[in-house]
Design a protein around this ligand. Sequence first.
Ligand code: CA
Length: 224
Amino acid sequence: MAAGGTILLIEDEDEIAELLKLYFEKEGFRLVHAATGEAGLERLGERDPRIVLLDIGLPGIDGIEVCRRIRAGTEVPIIMLTARDSEVDKVVGLEIGADDYVTKPFSPRELVARVKAVLRRSEERPAAPSTIEVEGFVVDSGRRQVTRPDGVHVRPTAREFDLLWYLAQHRGLVLSRAQILEAVWGYDYFGETRTVDVHIRQLRKKLDGIPIDTVWGVGYQLAG
Ligand code: CA
């Protein structure tokens, strides 16, 4: 019945929990529901889930803090459920260690696809180490860090690094947001182009001068 393993959902809205339970059980997962962050942290220890779906707006301690506490003790993949665009910025900007997020209202089908993509990615073996140099920036896939032209090492978040590595491997090519989403996030294009934009913004901030160009109406290009 639950060959897919256990998913822990921390969410205070019962209707969402019931709907997701139906969808995930149909897909062969067992869904354990906790309605508060405190209860969720307890279930985490008891049930050892493969992945956590975590609402930000919770009574008591909020999802951001729950995410921090989970990350302090475990590497379990986390997908945040956000209600507003401003929360998206928070999830990405605070680097709390979430693996992905979806914005409400989302379709259960989309969430199922993301869960599968995150699980697939988290279980893949890392690629052979290698470096790519772009205008003085050395992108090192073994260390998953970037050395700036001034010699300073920068360690982007996991997703930012995956995005940069993808751009670096295709430098000189114009890549659409849909292409980037599929390659880096591992799921089909659901219209979440904002996800790509937010991560590009973070990369530009951390790697001042990195030659990532916006190609209007299409996507992005790393000079090469
Ligand atoms: Ca909520």
